[in-house]
Write a protein that binds this ligand. Structure first.
Ligand code: ATP
Ligand code: MG
Length: 243
């Protein structure tokens, strides 16, 4: 049986109680793997990762982190549980330097702080080179690297990322997705929302397709790469009849 780092079951969630956006959604993320969530605009992808992160209330269903029920956590308890969330936008402090951004998230690291900062700079050399520059001056791709470096400050076992490659040129998008993939080499579990479907499927292990607040299909990313079902869901936005 697959070792699941995180599993969402029967999730009903939304922004107002009488209007659920997600209806009975499930997601499984294998430990140390990349799981990608794709689907048309408005499918509920961001809502799903926000629901997992405790930023959108879950009215039914459960989110399990291994054996631990983390349904509707307080956002500040997510860090303690080892789950980091990287929002799509506004995920860094632009007016602070790169170093200050990292110092901020390491403020509770105590005596380890300097060593942890060095380790993060070692992991992301381009950030080290620009550490005294304002984060707002970074390129779009480097900003995503900084956002992920900040997420790593809590030493997460699971990282939720919402469209880290959005708005990036293909090469930068590739670098960001490659970095997400590389994090799994340290055993981190990545759950990623993506619009760059082809690029995402290339670096992912497993893929869930959502449309209209519901699961459509899921399977190994390599299998879905050439499956016409992906295009059908994007074009039609409709549920595919079971084979
Ligand atoms: N803060 C909010 N308040 C009310 N409704 C919202 C809010 N955010 C999103 N929605 C609605 O929830 C539905 C799903 O939105 P969501 O942002 O989860 O989709 P998505 O799949 O991430 O889309 P995109 O690809 O455009 O990012 C949409 O109908 C959207 O209008
Ligand atoms: Mg979204």
């Amino acid at each position: 049986m697959t070792d699941l780092a995180l599993e969402a079951r029967g999730i009903v969630a939304g922004y107002v109680p009488e209007l659920p956006i997600l209806r009975d959604v499930h997601l499984q993320a294998a430990r140390g793997r990349v799981t990608v969530i794709i689907g048309p605009n408005g499918a509920g992808k961001s809502t799903l990762i926000k629901a997992i992160a405790g930023l959108v209330p879950v009215s039914a269903g459960t989110v399990m982190l291994g054996d631990q029920d983390i349904t509707n956590p307080r956002p500040d308890t997510m860090g303690a549980a080892g789950v980091a969330y990287v929002p799509q936008t506004d995920n860094i402090f632009r007016t602070l330097t790169i170093r200050q951004n990292l110092e901020l998230v390491l403020r509770n690291a105590g005596a380890d702080r300097a060593a942890r900062l060095d380790a993060l700079f070692g992991q992301f050399p381009p950030l080290a080179a620009k550490q005294k520059e304002k984060a707002g001056a970074l390129s779009g791709g480097q900003r995503q690297f900084l956002a992920v470096a900040m997420a790593l400050a809590i030493r997460p076992s699971v990282i939720l990322m919402d469209e880290p490659s959005a708005g990036l040129a293909p090469k930068a998008a590739q670098e960001v997705l490659g970095m997400a993939r590389a994090l799994t080499e340290d055993g981190v579990t990545i759950i990623l929302v993506e619009q760059n479907v082809r690029q995402a499927l290339r670096i992912a292990d497993h893929c869930f397709i959502l449309a209209d607040g519901q699961n459509q299909v899921d399977g190994p990313a390599a299998d879905l790469m050439n499956d016409p079902i992906v295009g059908q869901i994007y074009l039609g936005g409709k549920r595919v009849a079971p084979a």
